[in-house]
Design a protein around this ligand. Structure first.
Ligand code: HPA
Length: 245
């Protein structure tokens, strides 16, 4: 029996509908989590899921205001075998099309001003975690293999550019991310991934491309309209993937 922690992003709440109903946020030394941690054992499953909605049950917490430290700390207390982060993202490269899943192997952090480490909190000693490979290779391989078995045509790697938000990027900013080597862009993988590493949690990201990034889509097709079209279908694929896992 494995325990799998899930941090659900925009649109992921429907996957764990029970987590939308009851419970209070967890208190941690870093303040409250975004919402309750819902523990569920789906019928017939050989895993226990601990689900936390990153943006809160009602989705009202914007990316820069998420209490990433509290969330990761509280999930760690559930002693999960690994953590899967679900993130809605924009697609930068031509193959990152709306509806497609991507399991990134790299990231570039463009965020600022977020509480991004535990080491200045409970333990005064700086902790220089290794972060050469920011996502856990074993968990990534499971996600990719499972998605392939389901014929979901996932992107098996990619570089996630993490922007500050909450606004979307300018076209020139996306050009810059493209030059930097980013495949996808989102607002929430950092500091979450680094905090998980600080606590020794194997962590990987299952990104769902929900729009073409700024300046990369058809002119006249707004980003919000694209997200509306792609989100449900993308999350439905994530649901199938989690059930298969
Ligand atoms: N940019 C940043 N974050 C996002 C996007 C985007 O285009 N789409 C979904 N999250």
């Amino acid at each position: 029996m494995k325990t799998i922690a899930i941090i659900g992003g925009t649109g992921a709440g429907a996957l764990f509908a029970a987590a939308q109903s009851a419970g209070s946020p967890c208190e941690t030394p870093f303040g409250p989590t975004s919402g309750p941690i819902e523990v569920c054992e789906p019928d017939g499953a050989r895993s226990t899921f601990c689900y936390l909605a990153r943006h809160g049950v009602d989705g009202s917490i914007p990316p820069h205001a998420v209490n990433y430290r509290a969330n990761v700390w509280a999930l760690q207390a559930q002693r999960p075998d690994f953590v899967i982060a679900i993130n809605a993202v924009g697609g930068i490269t031509a193959d990152a099309t709306p509806g497609r899943l991507c399991v990134p192997d790299q990231l570039i952090d463009y965020t600022w001003g977020r509480a991004h480490t535990f080491s200045a909190g409970l333990d005064a000693r700086p902790q220089h975690i290794e972060f050469t490979a920011p996502f856990d290779a074993g968990v990534r391989a499971r996600l990719v293999d499972c998605a392939r078995d389901l014929d979901l045509n996932p992107m098996p790697n990619g570089t996630y550019g993490v922007t500050q938000g909450p606004r979307l990027e300018t076209a020139a900013e996306i050009d810059r991310l493209d030059r930097d080597g980013c495949t996808i862009v989102g607002m929430t993988a950092m500091p979450e991934a680094a905090l998980a590493r600080e606590l020794g949690l194997p962590y990987a990201c299952c990104a769902v491309v929900v729009n073409r990034a700024a300046g990369r889509g058809d002119p006249g097709d707004s980003i919000h309209a694209q997200v509306q079209r792609a989100l449900d279908g993308g999350m439905e694929q994530v649901g199938r993937l989690l059930r298969a896992l």
